[in-house]
Design a protein around this ligand. Sequence first.
Ligand SMILES: [Zn+2]
Length: 331
Amino acid sequence: MPLPFLPLAQGDVDYQVDRRADPRLIPDALADPSTSVVAVCAGKLAVPRGQASRLVMRSARVRLATIPGPYARTWLGEERNVIWMYLGSYPRGDSRASVVAVDIGSSDAGREGDAGPEAILERMRMRFDWVSLRDVAPHASARDAGLATTASSLSVWHSRQSFCPMCGATVVAALSGWGQRCRGDDHHLLFPRVEPAVITSVVDGDDRLLLQHNAEWDDDRLYSVSAGFVESGENLEHAARREAREETGVGLGEVRYLGSQPWPYPASLMVAFTARARSIDIHVDDRETVDARWMSREEYSDALTSETMVAPGRATIARYMIEQWYGRELD
Ligand SMILES: [Zn+2]
């Protein structure tokens, strides 16, 4: 069965893709009082002041901070050190309302080594709490989680790509924030790179799950499923088989698709599969993967209760893959 819910795969607004090339799209949206503007800074999202501390409570509901379009235009409309991104529109009453993101972290000033952002941007930074996508998404509405995922992904891309990868010229945001135009002679149009990664839940003939610990993880108790980047010239199924073999020595039988979600750290798309193991002998590579174990549901339950193992975080696709095998929600 496909995964029924993934926190970073909930987008429900209409991107209005055919309007992105219109230079009036964002100015017109900002003039409209029904437009809401969300703020993002190098991938972090603005929430109302005081809400960040609530994220430690599992049941807390948190919303993105929003600024009415005309106010945002008054504050920031003349500001050259921001990037505007048109996120889309959704039905409201008899018409449609737009959502625009403003990225205050990807400034030209910062790139060119100026003294720093303008005072107004500093005030924006002071006015809100700034939280990571993975922290806020499990607490947000479906719409906010979708908007946050798009805004964060684009923001991370803009913050990391200051020069054209083809000619080395500087770049400027284009296509209502969904692209960049290089300032070189060829005016290359650039789009965000998405880097596919596979993640696979592997079960044996007794329906035990293969859980593994990665050397890079800070918490020794964190165990998750097999994962890795797709290599050049490789398809997703091949990558899933190769990663499981490399990390744990386990060969896979049939590989079945479960679902996918963006993971903008910085640009991944996690594509989830499940597979039956052909063998149960484990040989970890001892570089990336330092331990791997077959776990029955009872053993996993005991390990979580005794806190000898912890599950992946609530925004991760791995958590929902493990829950699907486990048969119930993880605490
Ligand atoms: Zn170029």
